[in-house]
Design a binder for this molecule. Structure first.
Ligand SMILES: [Fe+2]
Length: 433
């Protein structure tokens, strides 16, 4: 046995292999048993004949029309590194497939845990929002991964000690991935209460309370992460005006499911549509542009407020009361649907679930916009000054960065890392003793 193999947990080391009717049985050193169908094994083969090592994708040798439907192995054994080594017979005589043992373990059919997401940690207003240091996030991949893991687990984090300028803010967001293009000339927006033009077209700039919401509910795919950095907060009243608020939407979904399953059913199956129309922009156009036509938008989307994945788990909340448009619901369901919507809206403002804190200059609030609803307490004093920098990141960009960092931790090659599920990568990142 090689030294590298000895450093792996028993779950990733093969005890024995045997052939079965249509496949291969593996017993692992932790006692778990796996069965892999011969057809699945041949179809998944990553030999150079089937799989291009540079593009990391199937090549022309992998021809599904020529794939035998009942491939038979001629020889099945473990190689020196403890990996599964198959030499095929029949129509595939001479074709050899070697499968990395750890990769096989996270592709086991018999492990239902692999099909599920890492369970979220639901929270209420007693939550301790996790804090990270900006310099550490910028310079240490381990801290960056811890931060992204917290976003997956809780949907919210604060990065502190951030420089208070747009260039650094952009650098922080791009440490995770490219900024999402907005329907505006700029992708970093400055939410400055003294911006009269913005106040006229954006309710988030206006005085009063900003109710908890998710952003861009009227788009097909809402923004994944939202970054908001405070660079100025001067409150002459020294009270709790313009404090940030956040609520765990997944927690509210659970509360509704427990207290009224009918409401949960309605909010996951009926539509709460959203619309947004904007024919101007809040920033000054550049010197080269005289018309804002390319930033005009008129969006409409039929949404469920609570969205479920294939396992019936909540994966996305979409709620913004300001951008809601007339309900599309049958005559007999309107009363129940609006009652369910009202209950969710009530929970959103409930001090039991609604967390309130000052986002101080140099702090960056990061929320998963598919889960956590954000808002702020009211502004009543017109001389209160507050400036936020904001930017969006696609859900995909955030997930990709995390997958790459998890992959780095596994010590495995890209040949085996590519195409693993997020859950598989999380498990593989922890495969060493
Ligand atoms: Fe918002």
């Amino acid at each position: 046995m090689t030294a590298a193999l000895q450093q792996l947990k028993p779950a990733f080391r093969i005890e024995s292999v045997a052939t079965t009717n249509n496949g291969v049985q593996i017993v692992w050193k932790d006692g778990h048993e796996s069965f892999y169908h011969n057809l699945w094994l041949l179809d998944s083969c990553r030999s150079p004949k089937f799989f291009h090592r540079d593009t990391l994708s199937l090549n022309s040798g992998h021809d599904v029309l020529k794939m035998p439907l009942n491939p038979t192995p001629e020889e099945v054994k473990l190689d020196r590194e403890g990996n599964l080594d198959i030499v095929w017979g029949g129509e595939q005589t001479g074709h050899r497939s070697v499968f990395d043992a750890s990769w096989l373990r996270v592709h086991c059919y018999n492990d239902p845990a692999l099909k599920q997401r890492r369970p979220p940690q639901l929270w209420d207003s007693s939550v301790s929002v996790p804090y990270f240091d900006c310099h550490e996030v910028m310079n240490d991949d381990g801290v960056l991964l811890s931060f992204l893991n917290k976003i997956v687990d809780m949907g919210v984090a604060i990065i502190e000690n951030a420089p208070k300028n747009e260039e650094s803010f952009r650098g922080l967001v791009e440490r995770v991935g490219p900024l999402r293009q907005r329907y505006h000339p700029t992708n970093v927006f400055t939410m400055d209460r003294s911006n009269a033009k913005a106040q006229a077209i954006q309710h988030s700039y206006q005085v009063g309370t900003l109710r908890n919401h998710t952003d861009v509910t009227a788009y097909d795919i809402p923004t994944g992460l939202q970054f908001l950095e405070c660079i100025l907060y001067e409150n002459p009243d020294n009270d709790r005006q313009a404090y940030s608020t956040v609520v765990d939407g997944f927690k509210l979904a659970e509360v509704i499911k427990t207290e009224n399953p009918c409401f949960f059913e309605l909010l996951t199956t009926e539509y709460i549509p959203a619309g947004r129309k904007r024919l101007s922009v809040e920033e000054k156009l550049s010197e080269n542009e005289s018309s804002a036509w390319k930033y005009e938008w008129d969006a409409y989307r039929r949404n469920h407020l609570i969205n479920l994945d294939e396992n019936g788990d909540v994966y996305q909340i979409r709620y913004n009361h300001n951008t809601r448009i007339p309900l599309e619901v049958s005559y007999d369901k309107i009363e129940d649907l609006l009652a369910a919507y009202r209950r969710f809206s009530e929970l959103l403002q409930d001090p039991k679930y609604n967390t309130e804190f000052l986002l101080a200059p140099g702090q960056v609030l990061v929320v998963d916009n598919w889960r956590v609803l954000h808002g702020r307490t009211g502004i009543w004093n017109p001389s209160l000054q507050r400036i936020l920098l904001g930017a969006y990141l696609e859900e995909e960009s955030f997930r990709c960065r995390r997958r790459i960092l998890l992959g780095d931790k596994t010590g495995m090659s890209d040949l085996w890392l590519m195409g693993c599920s997020d859950r598989a990568l999380e498990i593989l990142a922890d495969r060493h003793l």
